[in-house]
Design a protein around this ligand. Structure first.
Ligand SMILES: NC(=O)c1ccc[n+]([C@@H]2O[C@H](COP(=O)([O-])OP(=O)(O)OC[C@H]3O[C@@H](n4cnc5c(N)ncnc54)[C@H](OP(=O)(O)O)[C@@H]3O)[C@@H](O)[C@H]2O)c1
Length: 264
């Protein structure tokens, strides 16, 4: 990835921030986007300390103009875009019937799905010029149903449909599409997940010490992007689940229910 211009959305914390650190160490030029500019700048400072050129762009990916500005920032600073990592995302932790205001589901769809669509739309002309890389950070919830995640799973399934279709349209263009399906990763996403009242749940119901580390997750993403892999299903349980779903889908439903009940 040396000297590649990589745009990462949702780079102020969690997986996006760690991706930025690891790509900085590999000599990439980075364009980091998120809403919280001070947090984003702190990640940028760490990346610059490893010698990377970094631009931080304050942006809400739910707003198309902001996504256009992210790409414009990359082109202005570096003159090209080699990779776009659609990582920005938010989650929920509430059963559908407990949700009071359905705007929670609309917001999740707008951020997780339309955010990726907007950024892709504006980056694609530049990615075509460089034979670049498109990356979607989905979730195992993008491949199977998960209780308490109706809206989140829907948004991640939507990403899968969008990027799997776009991959076919881009055949022969030189632009690759890599889809990433992580299981639980130890970040703050669950504390910030929206509860039934529309507010963050604040305490993670997951045993965070027992799930995949953010460093490990980012390492696997970087390797997949370097190799232009089609998709990575990140856990053995996830890979097994995809096969099982063909044979015994209700068993996979039970596994998903148990994972949520046990928090691991
Ligand atoms: N952690 C997991 O267990 C897990 C599992 C499967 C998939 N994933 C996926 O991995 C991706 C990263 O998650 P994470 O675990 O690193 O979560 P995180 O620690 O909560 O980080 C989420 C990032 O997205 C940004 N973001 C949220 N809403 C945004 C918006 N409207 N516009 C721009 N940026 C926004 C946040 O920055 P600001 O708040 O500063 O905007 C933050 O940088 C997400 O797409 C998530 O669905 C995570």
């Amino acid at each position: 990835m040396k000297d590649n211009v990589v745009v990462i959305t949702g780079a102020s914390k969690g997986i996006g921030a760690e991706l930025a650190r690891q790509l900085a160490a590999k000599g990439a030029k980075l364009v980091l986007a998120a809403r919280n500019l001070p947090e984003l700048e702190a990640v940028a400072v760490e990346c610059r300390a490893s010698g990377a050129a970094v631009v931080a762009v304050k942006a809400d990916v739910a707003v198309e103009r902001d996504c256009q500005a992210i790409v414009a920032g990359a082109v202005l600073a570096f003159g090209r875009v080699d990779a776009l990592v659609n990582n920005a995302g938010m989650s929920m932790w509430a059963r559908f019937e407990e949700i009071r205001d359905l705007s929670v589901l609309e917001r999740i769809m707008q951020v997780n799905y339309m955010g990726a669509v907007y950024c892709t739309r504006h980056a694609l002309p530049y990615l075509r010029e460089t034979g670049g890389r498109l990356v979607g950070i989905s979730s195992l919830a993008g491949r199977t149903g998960v209780p308490t995640r109706t809206g989140y799973a829907a948004s991640k399934h939507a990403m899968t449909g969008f990027f799997d279709s776009l991959r076919i349209e881009l055949e022969g263009s030189g632009v690759s599409v890599t889809m990433i399906y992580p299981g639980f990763v130890a970040t703050g996403i669950r504390e910030n997940a929206t509860g039934p009242d529309g507010l963050p749940i604040l305490v993670s119901p997951v045993r965070e010490g027992e799930v995949m580390s953010v460093q490990d997750c980012a390492r696997r993403i970087v390797r997949a992007v370097e190799r232009r892999e089609r998709e990575v299903v990140m856990t053995a349980r996830g890979r097994m689940g995809l096969w099982l779903k063909l044979l015994a889908p209700s068993l996979v439903d039970r596994i998903a229910r148990r994972a949520i009940e046990r928090g691991q």
